[in-house]
Design a protein around this ligand. Structure first.
Ligand SMILES: CC(C)(COP(=O)(O)OP(=O)(O)OC[C@H]1O[C@@H](n2cnc3c(N)ncnc32)[C@H](O)[C@@H]1OP(=O)(O)O)[C@@H](O)C(=O)NCCC(=O)NCCS
Length: 174
């Protein structure tokens, strides 16, 4: 069940911060309701019940301030860490273990939407726009604006987002 996998991923996320996190604690933390409503809408959409999927979609918007298009797809381990202000386009495709902070926009530009591989972290307020691809293990810094593909394992920051080098950790020129 995808929601259980999402909660397990949230446990892993908290343990990265050095905090112990039981399944119950993961269930009670911010974002779980938004995750559950997303999983409900995704299941209804998969079962070709798109009009019904609009109910959890609408609830997520009203209760959590989180707008996720009814056809957006994420693999198991999707975590809405803080869902407020998150906006995700319906055509977005995400792999396993995509972790999203508050205020993240994953949006359409010129009719194209992002594709996210596995094990992606997106920091607070980041915007990922258009037909870009984020490679496996990529990290997007808080408030970055991603307009180009991000290679696997890279960390990008800034506007427009650029990779950090590990030596000196400065943004690289394109
Ligand atoms: C991008 C990020 C993942 C990088 O983490 P990291 O690998 O530990 O990187 P560091 O903190 O060592 O920073 C490396 C360099 O990048 C810079 N940097 C880090 N994050 C940045 C960001 N979002 N925008 C611009 N520059 C950033 C740092 O200033 C540092 O530069 P310096 O070497 O010139 O001082 C992290 O900084 C980040 O933005 N996390 C988001 C956290 C978040 O959203 N929290 C919300 C909680 S509610």
């Amino acid at each position: 069940m995808s929601l259980l996998a999402d909660l397990r991923a949230k446990q892993a996320l908290y343990s990265q911060y050095g905090q112990k996190c039981s399944l119950l604690k993961a269930l009670l933390t911010d974002g779980t309701l938004a995750n559950a409503l997303y999983r409900a809408q995704a299941a209804l959409s998969r079962w070709h019940l798109a009009p019904l999927a609009l109910i959890p979609h609408w609830l997520n918007k009203v209760v959590n301030g989180c707008v996720i298009g009814v056809r957006a797809q994420f693999g198991p381990g999707f975590v809405l860490i803080h869902p407020i202000g998150v906006v995700i386009n319906s055509s977005t495709r995400g792999g396993r273990n995509v972790w999203v902070e508050s205020g993240v926009v994953i949006g359409d530009n010129k009719g194209l939407s992002p594709t996210l591989a596995d094990d992606i972290f997106i920091g607070s307020g980041a915007k990922i726009i258009g037909g870009v691809t984020l490679g496996a293990g990529a990290r997007v810094g808080a408030n970055a604006v991603v307009l180009h593909d991000v290679p696997a394992g890279a960390t990008v920051v800034g506007i427009p987002a650029r990779s950090l080098t590990r030596s000196g950790a400065k943004p690289e020129a394109d």
